[in-house]
Write a protein that binds this ligand. Structure first.
Ligand SMILES: CC(C)(COP(=O)(O)OP(=O)(O)OC[C@H]1O[C@@H](n2cnc3c(N)ncnc32)[C@H](O)[C@@H]1OP(=O)(O)O)[C@@H](O)C(=O)NCCC(=O)NCCS
Length: 225
C-alpha cells in the first residue's frame, strides 16, 4: 500500500517536472469566466490544495452563484491551472469588490497567470461601478503581497490572528479614481479615514507600499494592467 502511494507520488512529481521543463507560451493559457457547476470541482480542488483556510461547498457556491462574472479559471491544454473567486457589493456606503481566493498551481507560477486572472476580475468590478477592491493575505505570503503590490494595492490594516492557522493578515486595498477626481491626481479619496490608519504594523515592517499609504491614496491605473 505504502509502495503504491509512493509510486503515485513520484508519478505526480514527475508530471509536475514535465510541465516545468516544458516551455509553454502565455498564449496557450485560456481564460474563461465561471461557466457553471462543472467548474466548481476544479475551483475547489485548486483552492483546497493551495490555501491554508478551509472552505465549505456553501462558501464556494455563495461566491460563484451570486457573482459568476467575477470568477475566472485558467486552462492549459484542458487542465485547470489557476482560478480567482470574487464578489462585490455595498460596504459602508462604498460599492466595493472583494477578492476571496486566488490560486495558480506550482508548475505554472511566475508566468503572469495570477496577474491576468486578477486583472480580469478587477476589470469587471470597475465596469460594474466598484470604487475599490479589498482582500486579505497572510503577512507571510511574500508572493501574494508582491503580486498585489505590483497591481497598486496598499496595506490598509493588519488583522491579528485572522486565519484559523493563527497567522495575521494584511488587508490590502486598491482604490479606483472617481470620475470627479481623475483630473487632479493624486487625491485623498477615502471618506472613512479609519480604513487607512494602521495601528498594527510596526514602522520597521512597513513596506514601500505602506509608506505610500500615509502620504496619499494610490490610484489604480487600469491601463497599466
Ligand atoms: C500567489 C500566486 C497566486 C501567484 O501566482 P503567479 O501566477 O505565479 O503570479 P504572477 O506570475 O502573475 O506574478 C506576478 C508578480 O507577482 C510577484 N510574485 C508572484 N509570486 C511571487 C513569489 N513567490 N515571490 C516573489 N514575488 C512573486 C512578482 O513580482 C511577479 O512578477 P514577476 O514574475 O515579473 O517578478 C501563486 O504563487 C499561488 O497560487 N500561491 C498559493 C496560493 C496563494 O498564496 N494565493 C494568494 C492568497 S492571498
Amino acid at each position: 500500500m505504502e509502495a503504491t502511494k509512493k509510486t503515485e507520488e513520484e508519478g505526480n512529481e514527475n508530471a509536475e517536472k514535465v510541465v516545468e521543463e516544458e516551455e509553454f507560451s502565455a498564449s496557450e493559457i485560456e481564460y474563461v469566466s465561471y461557466g457553471g457547476e462543472h467548474h466548481l470541482p476544479l475551483i475547489m480542488g485548486l483552492v483546497d490544495s493551495e490555501l491554508s483556510e478551509p472552505y465549505s461547498i456553501f462558501t464556494y457556491r455563495y461566491f460563484v452563484y451570486l457573482w459568476p462574472q467575477l470568477s475566472f479559471l485558467a486552462f492549459h491544454r484542458g487542465k485547470c491551472v489557476g482560478t480567482v473567486v470574487c464578489k462585490m457589493g455595498e460596504h459602508r456606503n462604498t460599492f466595493r469588490g472583494y477578492i476571496a481566493m486566488l490560486v495558480v498551481i506550482k508548475p505554472y507560477r511566475g508566468k503572469g497567470i495570477a496577474t491576468e486572472l486578477v486583472t480580469r476580475s478587477i476589470q469587471v468590478m470597475m465596469e460594474s461601478g466598484c470604487e475599490e477592491v479589498t482582500l486579505e493575505a497572510e503577512v507571510t505570503n511574500k508572493g501574494a503581497l508582491a503580486l498585489y503590490g505590483r497591481l497598486g494595492f496598499v496595506r490598509a490594516k493588519r488583522l491579528f490572528r485572522y486565519y484559523l492557522n493563527g497567522v495575521d493578515a494584511f488587508r490590502l486595498k486598491l482604490l479606483f479614481p472617481s470620475p470627479m477626481s481623475q483630473s487632479s491626481l493624486p487625491i485623498v479619496a477615502d471618506t472613512d479615514g479609519s480604513h487607512w490608519h494602521n495601528d498594527h504594523i510596526p514602522i520597521e515592517e512597513c513596506s514601500e507600499n505602506t509608506d505610500i499609504l500615509y502620504l496619499s491614496v494610490v490610484i489604480f491605473n487600469i491601463k497599466s494592467i
